[in-house]
Design a protein around this ligand. Sequence first.
Ligand code: ADP
Ligand code: F6P
Length: 467
Amino acid sequence: MNNQFEKRSDFVVVANRLSVDRVVADDGSETWRTSPGGLVTALEPVMQSRRGSAWVGWPGSPDEELEPFVHDGIQLVPVSLSAQDVTEYYEGFSNATLWPLFHDGVAFPEYHREWWDAYVRVNRRFAEAAAAVAAEGAQVWVQDYQLLLVPRMLRTLRPDLYIGFFLHIPFPPMELFVQLPWRAEILDGLLGSDLVGFQIAGGASNFIHLVSERLGYPTGDDTVTLPDGRVCAARAYPISIPTQRFADLAADPAVQERAREIRAELDDPELLFLGVDRLDYTKGIKHRLRAFGELVTSGQLDPDRAAFLQVATPSRERVEEYKMLRDEIDRIVGRINGSVGRIGRQPVTYLHTHYPREEMVAMYSAADVMVVSPLRDGMNLVAKEYIACRRNGDGALVLSEFTGAADELSEWTYSINPYDINGMKATMLRAATDAPEERQRRMAALREQVFTHDIDRWAESFLADMG
Ligand code: ADP
Ligand code: F6P
């Protein structure tokens, strides 16, 4: 890290979090750790390849007043949040109102006027920080549901900028969106952009339909004409990963050795299933563990030969739904291991912690079957990471039809509806027992898709369309 900060940038990303979180140890020493979630996995390489660009975001803890600094070649511009902002804007409106509402209402969205006030206040702070750092005529790319109001606020402050917005999570159908007491303000916030990007075509068409029905603005297939004559476009740009970086790591002999060690430490199962997620109720972790649990307790899978490794990085731990989820998963894992485990052999290994990229890649390399079972997910990068790491072309991906990734990949994955536990059990068994040639055929097609549609292609196509 250093502080050689170039003041104004031609390319600025604005996201709730910076690419790194500040971590202070008990002895007061400070380190920076990659922030959780797919947004950072995707955007970090995009920013590293654009010298002099700036990333405006929150450093991950309350009441941090930090000067801009450079980390891993990216200029970071910290935005401070007070403890009250964290409670009301981040945990409240972002993660207890918008997050559940935009994910099909799989948890109950809460509507509180003081959370909304905080959301407006904090969005203004991000818009002001971006306005201060952007050079004349710069491209500013605002990210995700925490900052839906920033495009309009920024356009008011800096009409000279090109403003793009990308939504990493699903955009809901009109019937759900209109629950929001502040629906018109949010649509207007997004319409401050020149281009709004969604993960899948359905999100873009939900947005255009809403704007037409609720605001009455003229719309085309993928455009809205605003009262001042400006045009805002809305299209799908399915996000991806730095595929080659994952493939290179998977080819590293040290990582391959670690993959062998992981299997050995799990008592060398013949069949290893893997789940990797933020600990989030949208990810369907309970559903997949329940399916695996029934397979081993019924004897359809031999608990002496099959194992499930579930890794869940801690997330939003003070939000009530996340606390309840953590307890429930502890209980489900305990029940499975208690009923079919024996001394020295537990069918489910559950790790609630964050790991370095090398360890994640070793896990992907070690696993025979990856189970990705969200109830709803904008994209799901974990699915793509698994594919990138299968350098021998083996392995099988079980993928929920309710992910953005399924739009691109479901032709070759073992596709599931995670609400259908019997269907999921049958598909997990099939993924595990299909002929090796069939699994190779599917994996070859998946790899072709993920290598040709990587994160560079995603960023280039969005930025070229943005102007
Ligand atoms: P989301 O953005 O909702 O968290 P994604 O699947 O798109 O979901 O992205 C999750 C990202 O977090 C991936 O890049 C994955 O490698 C990373 N990740 C998930 N679990 C862990 C973990 N336990 N330790 C480190 N990284 C993790
Ligand atoms: O789109 C998924 C996302 O919400 C990102 O915006 C975010 O960076 C990531 O998940 C992790 O969530 P959080 O920042 O709340 O820990």
